[in-house]
Design a binder for this molecule. Structure first.
Ligand code: NI
Length: 399
């Protein structure tokens, strides 16, 4: 394991306690907007450390407030709390107690790292201003960030900037990665219903076969990214479900296709949505079928702000050294609802290396230690690194 040089001693001293908290959360995963117990743990710890809290924002969200000195400057730090509907295959003692639910994205670790920072900040107070600790529900598709903002997160607690962090498997422990500008994609979903006319499978001429139409549309849609979009704009159009029919000798009335579209920019997204609609409508019409098309924009692209990104880079480099911070990482087509916060506030979202899975001993499922994998586990070696990053970020921002 890499030994980062500038970790904060008191944080290192409660590494074991943070690990206990992290593993307890791992054993009790809760899905989006159901993070009741998790919020209880967060609230109890913050209260124990004399940090005022507000609960119930965005459902189960918790905001901790640490104020010091007289400066009006403020900063928001955000951790997500929810788990995934995944059946864990690990067998270590802190394996999920809840069948079909698992902290397979490391949000248990994100909570523990922010708690570690909270404890240190409330005890040492080497800053002048106000820190808002944002414990957010429902990152995994529920848009918990948006819900907290709708409940007044930024109006009740004005923040000069917001910062987020996610563990990143495959990047070495003790390293960070970030890039200014687009870092994660927008996430959008569609469903298309093709309305044909059912018939006996032996008498296809009596009906309009929606399956044939679906196949034509699926093929034609794959020309949108390759033939309509600017090749310099990254975009993904994936059909992830096709449903039609229920018998070997019946041509169904309807076929349905569902999927996702990812882009970093607004223009290709507008183009793709428009072209999907046009291609589907005209193709269906050519065969005498009709369509109902729904396109929903879920998460916007995550765009890091240039100044705050440089600020975060300086802090990370001071912590782990210049060579351990990748400052222009390749963006990912994954999505993240912290993007909503970065649409309203300047800020920066970083990746912290979770390693290659070398932290996993006996009892792990030994599948790939990737996010959303049933044998994933957050690497507890990150707890003091992430917590120290948060503390140094606050101390620099609220100097
Ligand atoms: Ni995640």
């Amino acid at each position: 394991m890499v030994k980062p040089m500038k970790l904060i001693d008191p944080i290192l001293q409660f590494h074991n306690e943070l690990q206990t908290i992290r593993r307890d959360l791992h054993a009790h995963p809760e899905l989006s907007f159901e993070e009741q117990r998790t919020a209880d743990v967060v609230a109890q710890k913050l209260t124990e450390w004399n940090i005022p809290i507000v609960r119930g924002m965005g459902g189960t969200g918790v905001v901790g407030i640490i104020q010091n000195g007289s400066s009006p400057r403020t900063i928001g730090l955000r951790a997500d709390m929810d788990a995934l509907p995944v059946q864990e295959i690990n067998t270590f003692p802190h394996v999920s107690r809840h069948p079909g639910k698992m902290h397979a994205c490391g949000h248990d670790g994100h909570v523990a790292m922010l708690l570690g920072a909270a404890r240190h900040l409330s005890q040492q107070r080497h800053f002048d201003g106000t820190v808002y600790l944002i414990f957010q529900p429902a990152e995994e598709g529920g848009g918990g960030a948006r819900k907290m903002m709708d409940d007044g997160l930024f109006t009740q607690y004005p923040m000069d900037a917001v910062f987020g962090m996610h563990n990143w498997p495959g990047m070495p422990v003790g390293s960070f990665g970030v890039t200014a500008g687009p870092m994660m994609a927008s996430s959008n979903e569609f469903d298309l219903i093709i309305k044909g006319k059912g018939s006996h499978a032996a008498q296809p001429h009596m009906g309009i076969d929606p399956i044939m139409v679906a196949m034509q549309i699926a093929q034609a849609w794959q020309t949108i990214v390759s033939r309509n979009c600017n090749p310099l704009d990254a975009a993904v159009l994936s059909i992830t479900q096709i449903h039609a029919g229920s018998a070997t000798n019946v041509l169904p009335d309807e076929a349905k296709m569902i999927g996702t579209v990812r882009t970093f920019k607004r223009e290709p997204l507008d183009l793709i949505e428009r072209r999907m609609q046009e291609v589907a409508r005209h193709t269906a019409a050519a065969y005498g079928a009709e369509i109902a098309f729904r396109f929903q924009r879920n998460y916007p692209p995550l765009i890091n702000h240039a100044q705050e990104t440089q600020f975060a880079i300086d802090v990370m480099q001071g912590l782990v050294g210049t060579d351990q911070v990748a400052t222009q990482i390749e963006p990912t087509m994954g999505a993240e609802d912290f993007a909503f916060m970065l649409q309203e506030k300047p800020g920066c979202y970083v990746f912290i290396g979770n390693g290659e899975g070398e932290h996993r001993a006996a009892g792990h499922g030994m599948g790939p230690c990737n996010l959303h994998n049933p044998s994933y586990d957050f690497n507890d070696a990150l707890l003091p690194i992430g917590a120290t990053y948060w503390v140094r970020l606050v101390e620099a921002w609220l100097r």
